[in-house]
Ligand binder design. Structure first.
Ligand SMILES: NC(=O)c1ccc[n+]([C@@H]2O[C@H](COP(=O)([O-])OP(=O)(O)OC[C@H]3O[C@@H](n4cnc5c(N)ncnc54)[C@H](OP(=O)(O)O)[C@@H]3O)[C@@H](O)[C@H]2O)c1
Length: 322
């Protein structure tokens, strides 16, 4: 089958790391099934892997990229694939499973005509979402859902700042928060990106590091070092900072005094559970939310899509179609 895979890491040029060619058909173990991929969305995760900065080791190459897919299962049902793979024998909290791996971090990923997944990872695709829109949900949108509603437990009427305006996770945060009655503010590095966020439903868009009209109830930060100080500064007393990424740098100083004097909560967040994915799907259906897809490209053009994401030019989500 045709697949897009990393043959050798390339930190300087992730595009050069990717090859699109024939790979062996999936060989599903017991309890797994094969999904015919109809849409596979890109995430920054794919850029980290191609650069050699993810969790995939050189001895695991070649590795098919892609965490996210929507497609058709072996019984002919339209499905969304939960990308989090755990050992069914693990009885603790799903996301704390010692064996946890995302598709493309061990199990081959979704940038392929077919992908093997555990049967229990399948969620019915709602009719209101196309395959391309549904393919946006399993990583960026699920992470946004958990950050807002599980980790920060935001309430209607509260104010949330999202660091980053135009990427997949940022867009999902803006749209989900807005649909839940939360006042959503963003920072974006370019005027056109701030305008994009406002079109997606943000209530206000600011330049990075800007002084805000008032302090906020929560900050959603996936940028890391470049926004960390600002994120801490804009929190009201007792507020929550949820961190899920470090696209703009891995380490930054923290004002410890501000943390305890203002009674702040800083919490990490990774992906989401399958129940959260089901809730997200239902929320998208009931609130008529459609993840914005800026480009749908054939699988053959996966390297081009990866380069767009690596340079920060992406708006919303890019989806590959085998
Ligand atoms: N913890 C998890 O489970 C999880 C899940 C999904 C994603 N993530 C992480 O979250 C991050 C975003 O993922 P994504 O797929 O949404 O990526 P993406 O589509 O490439 O978006 C990148 C975002 O970073 C923002 N950004 C702001 N300042 C930046 C800077 N100095 N350098 C680089 N980017 C900057 C961009 O904002 P502008 O609009 O200003 O360009 C944009 O919104 C990644 O680090 C990813 O690994 C983590």
């Amino acid at each position: 089958m045709l697949a897009a895979y990393v043959e050798r890491f390339d930190d300087a040029d992730p595009r050069a790391a990717l090859r699109v060619d024939q790979r062996p058909e999936p060989d599903p173990p017991d309890g797994w099934t094969v999904v015919a991929v109809k849409g596979a969305s890109l995430n920054h995760h794919d850029v980290w892997t191609a650069r050699g900065l993810g969790v995939v080791r050189p001895d695991q190459l070649p590795m098919i990229l892609g965490c996210d897919a929507a497609g058709i299962d072996d019984a002919g049902r339209d499905v969304v694939v939960h990308a989090v793979i755990t050992d069914p024998a693990w009885l603790g909290p799903e996301l704390l499973a010692p064996s946890l791996a995302l598709l493309s971090d061990g199990p081959p990923g979704t940038f392929a005509e077919r992908v093997a997944v555990p049967r229990r990872n399948l969620v019915p695709k709602p009719a209101s979402l196309s395959f391309e829109q549904a393919a946006c949900l399993p990583t960026a949108w699920l992470t946004a859902y958990r950050m807002l509603f599980t980790k920060a437990a935001v309430q209607p009427g509260e104010t949330v700042l999202v660091q980053g305006a135009s990427g997949g996770l940022s867009t999902a945060l803006i749209m989900l928060g807005r649909a839940a009655g939360v006042r959503m503010w963003v920072t974006g590095r370019e005027e056109s990106k701030r305008a994009y966020a406002l079109e997606r439903g943000a209530d206000a868009a600011f330049e990075p590091g800007a002084r805000l009209p008032e302090r906020v109830d929560a900050v959603m930060d996936s940028v890391g070092a470049a926004t960390w100080e600002h994120s801490l500064k804009v929190l009201r007393k007792g507020a929550t900072l949820v961190v899920a990424g470090a696209t703009g740098g891995f380490s930054a100083p923290t004002n410890i005094v501000r943390m305890f004097q203002n009674d702040l909560r800083i919490v990490g967040s990774t992906m989401g559970t399958i129940d959260e994915l089901r809730n997200l799907v239902d929320f998208c259906e009931s609130a008529a939310i459609h993840p914005p897809v800026s480009e749908v490209l054939p699988l053959e053009r996966a390297a081009e899509a990866l380069a767009t994401m690596a340079t920060g030019a992406v708006r919303g989500k890019i989806v590959l179609r085998p």
